[in-house]
Design a binder for this molecule. Structure first.
Ligand code: HEM
Length: 124
């Protein structure tokens, strides 16, 4: 039980950090400051997201969270893919600015739903 709680806290902390780091990078990009790509901000989000997903998979296994039984989890996993793809285009420099802003908004809407589903766990 203690191990599960520890992993859950790790997952939640990494989730909050994932959103913060995305917003920070997007804010810097939109204000024309791309220098973050030469700082630790380049690799930190990847390390954090690896931790986030590793903790998620561990919770699914040791907590017996079967997405076939819990539809909120299946939708959440699908939204995580959407968040990753939208985030990729939002931060890609070669993507036109208008598309990047739309992708950033899509990423934020999706992570909003991810948090909602994770916290409320609605019986769908
Ligand atoms: C951007 C990605 C993700 C975010 C922001 C996120 C966020 C969260 C948050 C905030 C909670 C805690 C909810 C609570 O207070 O009870 C949570 C729980 C959980 N997450 Fe995630 N999550 C993400 C990805 C994933 C993925 C990919 C999986 C599965 C492969 C997953 C599986 C779980 C499970 C099973 C719980 C329930 C733990 C419990 O209540 O005991 N998460 N998630």
């Amino acid at each position: 039980m203690f191990t599960y709680t520890l992993i859950k806290h790790t997952h939640v902390t990494a989730a909050a950090l994932s959103l913060s780091l995305f917003l920070l990078r997007m804010g810097l990009e939109l204000s024309g400051n791309s220098q973050w790509r030469k700082t630790a901000l380049r690799w930190m989000p990847h390390a954090n997201d690896t931790l986030l997903l590793s903790a998620a998979i561990t919770l699914v296994i040791i907590g017996s969270w079967n997405p076939a039984i819990f539809p909120w989890l299946a939708i959440k996993i699908a939204l995580v893919f959407g968040y990753v793809i939208a985030g990729f285009f939002a931060l890609r420099q070669s993507t036109p600015r208008r598309i990047r802003i739309i992708a950033a908004l899509l990423a934020m809407v999706q992570i909003g739903f991810i948090f909602y589903l994770a916290i409320q766990k609605p019986a769908l």
